[in-house]
Design a protein around this ligand. Structure first.
Ligand code: IVH
Length: 679
């Protein structure tokens, strides 16, 4: 019930709300750098609205509720909107949408009205003015009355016509819509920003606003901006052959005929239930849409009915924004823990005071890596903004600096794996630190064992991924060396394991002990050491001991080994935990034939120049090339008289013809594989 005497406590609360709302509106609208999530701003706004409803005399002219948005920046010239750019009332629940429809039917005095549903695009509002078809002015919304002149910048946006299509458009046409940055463009832009050591944008809306408010339009031109139109402003002197349509949905079509872009998701509906179905549908497809949306907007379709429904101070009564649950929220960062992934990657994870965001309660969020923590300057004890969009893993967006406590402490990634204590290393440009104890680390053990047993590695028949999981889960094995200690009795204790299978597996493990050095090196699962690299290492050094004792620098001498792989190999063999396991493996009887190193001229393809062409199905081309080089061949890209042999895969073209003309020996893929097997 409205009351006339304002208690001091209420007055103080209102003053504080004014101050806080003004501060955040300035950050949001003027600086493009919001400090708190929209939903928190909305909450403060609603508190003030509620108080003003109770004490109407608090609704002073300078109240944030009386103002649409913030002030225009000084640096652009100002443009007065002949027709104000309005805002929309927000709804957050189905109930409010039902009430909206009810209100409309009361205002119109009838139940018969059509609605248009559109995505609520998350960008910034713009008003374009076309005179005689020519784009003469583009203005931001500013405070709704006065905006900024961004004509030069808007002219750089490819999807906005500089001249309308056709000839039957009004003499003056003001069209309004949303400028936004598509998600793909936003991601690329942020990658660039980070690569150039610049601060990335917090979200596509900030990126779009920041890009449009550039004083240098060349910068705007390089930014991937786009626009969808959703309403009209001033319209004068329509074309006699083409009067303005009388329904919003048809106006949108009319705008399209003039070359203006309209969101493809617009739909005509007749009931509030259909509105809710539209909302649910778009919400499920939200992540797949190429642009960000933060809700949907329902509008009465008939302009006549719109007029009848009218406006309240901030917004039309004939439209409402049905907002999605907030994807960002504020909470406390209690601690940072390290998670070790299956491949040894160390990921810092923020432990949070539980917070409801994006429709679920979130207690953990990723911080990605040390660079991200440093760049965002996130500290333990900070109040942070957490984002959970769709099914994406929640992430910490940034700290709220004004809420940072004095004792907030910076975080440095540990130099040891928290799971196994092995050294953690960042290799070259990699953003992630990794545990180097790949053979020993419990976080990596399942993957390491699966890889070890796989066909191209130790080829232990019958030891597939599922069985590895079972063995580890039953704690029968902890690492690859334990495989060779398994007994039949232990195996039989597993579910679905009969005597025969257990016996077969023990036999297969026993057979697996006889291998080659190349397979053994590959089986160790050293990062980025594939079959080909493993074979190169084996052939070059001949013994495991020699490889272990070689420095990264020397390893680079091996054909096919670059600095990153060399460093990975060195780090792997420097880690005592790995060596312990290798020693156990060797002690259990793993062996391979001695490699008799051949001089270059003794290699089977020594002195031969070979050309590879067409597509291969059993091996990728790089591996085939590496194998040929290993066997002593020189691999060339073009066929000439000097070519000794052509290997022609499927769909070989001109090179094959030329080789035939020159009478060069031609092998197909099967011949090549046979050659490899026998060499
Ligand atoms: S209609 C008279 N339609 O939402 C109504 N607005 O809070 C004018 N917005 O400033 C707005 N998508 O920036 C309308 N499909 C849509 C919209 C939309 C996004 C934004 C617009 C406006 C704000 C209103």
């Amino acid at each position: 019930m409205p009351s006339s005497i304002i208690p001091d406590k209420v007055q103080a609360q209102v003053n504080a709300l004014h101050k806080e709302l003004n501060y955040h509106a300035h950050r949001y609208y003027v600086l493009d750098d919001p400090e708190i999530p929209d939903s928190d701003y909305d909450k403060l706004f609603q508190q003030l609205e509620a108080l003003e409803k109770q004490y109407p005399q608090l609704q002073t002219l300078d109240s944030p509720t009386q103002r649409v948005g913030g002030q225009a920046l000084e640096s652009f010239s100002q443009i007065h909107h002949q027709m104000p750019m309005l805002s929309l009332s927000n709804a957050f629940s189905s109930e409010e949408i039902k009430d909206f429809a009810q209100r409309i039917s009361e205002l119109l005095d009838q139940d018969n009205f059509s609605l248009v549903a559109e995505p609520k695009l998350d960008g910034l509002a713009i008003s374009l003015r076309y005179e005689k078809g020519l784009l003469v002015q583009a203005a931001t919304r500013g405070d709704g009355q006065t905006g900024e002149d961004v004509t030069q910048n808007v002219r750089t946006i490819q999807s906005i016509p500089l001249h309308l299509s056709g000839s039957e458009y009004p003499e003056v046409l003001e069209v309004r819509g949303e400028i936004f940055m598509p998600k793909a463009g936003f991601n690329t832009l942020n990658e660039k920003q980070i690569a150039q050591g610049e601060k990335p944008f917090a979200n596509p809306r900030n990126a779009a606003a920041g890009s449009l408010r550039q004083l240098d339009s060349k910068i705007t031109a390089a930014r991937p901006l786009d626009m969808f139109c959703y309403s009209l402003g001033v319209v004068e002197q329509v074309h006699p052959n083409n009067p303005l349509e009388k329904h919003h949905s048809r106006i949108l079509k009319q705008l399209q005929t003039w070359g203006l872009a309209v969101c493809p998701e617009v739909d005509c509906l007749s009931t509030w239930q259909e509105c809710l179905a539209y909302y649910d549908d778009i919400l499920t497809r939200r992540a797949q849409l190429p642009y960000e949306i933060d809700g949907v907007v329902y509008k009465v379709d008939s302009l006549e009915q719109q007029q009848k429904a009218g406006f309240i101070s901030r917004a039309p009564r004939w439209a409402i924004a049905h907002k999605f649950p907030a994807e960002e929220a504020m909470t406390k960062l209690l601690a940072i823990d390290i998670q070790v992934g299956r491949t040894g990657a160390l990921t810092p994870v923020a432990r949070l005071e539980p917070i409801f965001v994006g429709g679920v309660t979130v207690t953990n969020a990723t911080l990605h890596n040390q660079d991200e923590i440093t760049r965002k300057d996130v500290r333990i004890g900070d109040t942070v903004i957490v984002r959970r969009a769709g099914d994406v893993i929640p992430e910490v967006v940034k700290p709220v600096l004004s809420k940072r406590p004095d004792n907030a402490s910076a975080y440095i990634m540990p130099d040891r794996c928290p799971v196994c204590g092995s050294h953690a290393q960042r290799i070259n440009e990699e953003a992630k630190s990794r545990c180097t104890g790949g053979l020993f680390c419990p976080a990596q053990r399942k993957e390491a064992i699966k890889h070890f047993a796989s066909r191209k590695a130790m080829d232990i028949d019958g030891l597939g991924d599922k069985l590895v999981e079972q063995l580890v889960d039953a704690k029968l094995i902890h690492n690859i060396a334990d495989l060779f200690q398994l007994s039949e009795v232990q195996l039989v204790s597993l579910e679905r394991m009969g005597d025969k299978s257990a016996n077969n597996l023990i036999q297969a493990i026993e057979q697996g002990k006889k291998t080659t050095l190349a397979r053994f090196i590959y089986a160790l699962g050293i990062r980025e050491v594939g079959e080909t690299t493993a074979r190169s290492l084996a052939n070059y050094y001949g013994t495991l001991e020699a490889i272990k004792q070689t420095s990264a620098e020397q390893l680079e001498e091996v054909p096919d080994i670059g600095p990153i792989v060399a460093r990975n190999i060195e780090l792997f063999f420097c880690e005592d935990h790995n060596n312990e396991i290798i020693n156990k493996l060797l002690a259990s009887g793993i062996h391979w034939p001695e490699i008799i190193k051949k001089e270059a001229h003794e290699l089977p393809l020594a002195g031969k120049t070979i050309v590879l062409t067409g597509s291969l199905s059993q091996m990728n081309r790089n591996d085939a090339k590496a194998r040929l080089i290993e066997l002593g061949a020189k691999v060339s890209g073009s066929v000439s008289k000097k070519t000794d042999m052509l290997i022609a895969g499927e769909k070989a073209g001109s090179k094959l013809e030329k080789a035939q003309q020159l009478n060069i020996e031609i092998l197909n893929e099967a011949d090549m594989m046979a050659l490899f097997a026998n060499s």
